[in-house]
Design a protein around this ligand. Structure first.
Ligand SMILES: [Cu+2]
Length: 186
C-alpha cells in the first residue's frame, strides 16, 4: 500500500509537468550512511558528524552535519574522490567529479553544473560550532554516481565557488562516508 501511495505521488508530480527537483524537497528517507569528521592536524579540536539520508525517493541524498572546534566563519565542504584521510587529508585526492563538470554548489547548480559533492560552506559561530543541511539530486550511496566510501573534507577557508575548487585552502578535517555495516566491519 505504501509503495502504491509513493508511486501515485510520483505520478502526480509527472502529471503536473514539474521535475521533482523544482518542487520543495520531499521529506528525507532513511539514514543510509554517516561520516565522522576528524581534524587533520594532530592535537587540534575539530570534530564533526554528518548524517546522510536518502532523498528524492532514492535519487538523491540529504547531508545533515555538525562541526565543533573550528575557527569562526565559513568553511568549504566537499566530497573528494578517494576514501583515504591520510597525509593530512591529501590522500583523498581532488573533488569527486564523475562528469568532468566545473566546480559549483551542487544543491543549487545540480550535478550538471557542479561536482556532485560541492556542498558549499559550513558557517561556524564564535564558539566554534557550525551546522548545515543540504540536499543533492542525482547522487546515491552505491548506485548512480556513488559517494559511499569516499571522503568528505572540511576546508580551512570559505568556498567562494571560484574555479577549479573554490579557493577553500587547506584540509582541516576529513572523514569517510560509511554505512553502519562499514563502520562495524572496520
Ligand atoms: Cu574540497
Amino acid at each position: 500500500m505504501k509503495r502504491i501511495l509513493v508511486s501515485a505521488i510520483g505520478m502526480l508530480f509527472v502529471s503536473v509537468g514539474l521535475r521533482a527537483e523544482e518542487m520543495a524537497p520531499p521529506p528525507a528517507g532513511k539514514m543510509v550512511a554517516k561520516v565522522t569528521l576528524v581534524g587533520t592536524t594532530p592535537g587540534d579540536k575539530i570534530n564533526g558528524e554528518i548524517r546522510i539520508f536518502e532523498a528524492y525517493w532514492g535519487k538523491g541524498l540529504k547531508f545533515v552535519g555538525n562541526i565543533t572546534g573550528a575557527t569562526p566563519g565559513n568553511h568549504g565542504i566537499h566530497i573528494h574522490d578517494k576514501g583515504d584521510c591520510s597525509d593530512g587529508g591529501n590522500a583523498a585526492g581532488g573533488h569527486y567529479n564523475p562528469h568532468g563538470t566545473k566546480h559549483g554548489f551542487s544543491p543549487r547548480d545540480k550535478i550538471t553544473n557542479a561536482h556532485p559533492g560541492d556542498l558549499g560552506n559550513v558557517l561556524v559561530d564564535q564558539s566554534g560550532n557550525g551546522s548545515f543541511s543540504e540536499e543533492v539530486v542525482g547522487i546515491t550511496l552505491a548506485g548512480l554516481d556513488p559517494v559511499g566510501g569516499r571522503a568528505i573534507i572540511l576546508h580551512e577557508k570559505e568556498d567562494d565557488f571560484g574555479q577549479p575548487t573554490g579557493n577553500a585552502g587547506g584540509r582541516i578535517a576529513c572523514g569517510i562516508i560509511e554505512t553502519e555495516q562499514d563502520a562495524a566491519d572496520r
